[in-house]
Design a protein around this ligand. Structure first.
Ligand code: FE2
Length: 262
C-alpha cells in the first residue's frame, strides 16, 4: 500500500517526538503492508516547513529503514498567503516527491471565499490539489455540495484511515461514508502522528473498505491512486467509482431489512 500522508519525521511538528519514535513508525508501516510512506510535515503558521531539514531527516530515516519501504518528501500545506506565494515560485518544494500533487489542508474555522480561486492559481502553475481529511472538518461536513463542486473541477479528496474505523467519532465516519458512497473519496491515508493514537497503518482501513464496499475500491484508494500520485501520473477515473460491483454494505442492509432488523 502507498500512504501519502504522515508525520513520522521527528522534531519538526506534532508528529513523531524522538528519532526512535520515527524509526518505529517506519517499521510499523512496513510491517502492516505499506511500501511507500510519504513524510508530510505541517507547513502552517505554527510549524515552519523547511524542505532542506526534511530532506536531511529523510536521508537519516532511509538509512535506518527496513527493506521494502520507500520514504518520500511532501508537506501538509495549509492554505495561507505565504504558502501560496512561495509554492507558486517553487512548486517542487511543497509537492509530493517534487512532482505535481499537493496535499492541501483547510482551516477548521473558516472556508475562505477565494479558496477555489487560490487553487486555480496553484493549478495553473502545474499543481494538482488533494484536499486532506474533509471528513474531520466541521465546516466541510456541512458543505457536501461544495466538495462535489470541487471534485467536479478536478480536485481530489483524501480520507483518513482511522476515520473509517470510527476513531475520529461518528460524524467523521458518517461523512466519510457519504463521500465514499458518492465517489468523492480518492485516497485513504493514515495522517499518522505517533505509534498508538494515530498510527501509520492502512491495513485496517483496507480491510474495512473491502468488507463494507469492495476489494476493488480498497485497492484503488490504498494502492493504485496513491501510487499514481507518488509517481506524478494522472489518476485513471474513467470508471470511478467502481459502480459495477454492488456494495456489500447495501446488500447487508437489504438482508437485515427483509429479515425484520433495523
Ligand atoms: Fe496531516
Amino acid at each position: 500500500m502507498v500512504d501519502i500522508h504522515s508525520h513520522f519525521l521527528h522534531g519538526i511538528d506534532d508528529g513523531a517526538r524522538t528519532v526512535e519514535d520515527s524509526r518505529q513508525m517506519v517499521r510499523m508501516a512496513r510491517e502492516h503492508g505499506t511500501t511507500v510512506l510519504v513524510a508530510s510535515p505541517h507547513a502552517d503558521s505554527q510549524y515552519r516547513y523547511e524542505p532542506e531539514v526534511v530532506d536531511r531527516l529523510l536521508a537519516e530515516a532511509r538509512a535506518e529503514a527496513p527493506e521494502g519501504i520507500r520514504l518520500v518528501r511532501a508537506c501538509d500545506f495549509h492554505l495561507m498567503y505565504d504558502n501560496v506565494e512561495d509554492a507558486l515560485r517553487h512548486p517542487s518544494r511543497y509537492t509530493i516527491d517534487g512532482k505535481c500533487y499537493l496535499l492541501m489542508e483547510l482551516s477548521d474555522l473558516t472556508i475562505f471565499a477565494n479558496t477555489s480561486a487560490l487553487w486555480t492559481r496553484l493549478e495553473e502553475a502545474g499543481m494538482r490539489i488533494i484536499l486532506t481529511h474533509p471528513e474531520r472538518n466541521p465546516l466541510l461536513r456541512q458543505r457536501l455540495e461544495l466538495i462535489e463542486e470541487w471534485v467536479s473541477q478536478g480536485r481530489y479528496m483524501q480520507v483518513t484511515a482511522s476515520s473509517l474505523l470510527g476513531l475520529f467519532g461518528p460524524k467523521a465516519l458518517h461523512f466519510s461514508r457519504q463521500l465514499l458512497d458518492r465517489g468523492l473519496a480518492h485516497f485513504v491515508a493514515s495522517d499518522a502522528h505517533d505509534l498508538r493514537g494515530r498510527p501509520p497503518r492502512l491495513d485496517q482501513a483496507f480491510e474495512w473498505l473491502s468488507r463494507y464496499y469492495t476489494p476493488k475500491l480498497a485497492r484503488l484508494l490504498c494502492i493504485e491512486h496513491p501510487a499514481a500520485v507518488v509517481e506524478g501520473r494522472p489518476l485513471d477515473l474513467a470508471s470511478f467509482p467502481p459502480s459495477a460491483e454492488v456494495k456489500k454494505s447495501s446488500l447487508l442492509g437489504r438482508f437485515f431489512r427483509s429479515n425484520g432488523g433495523n
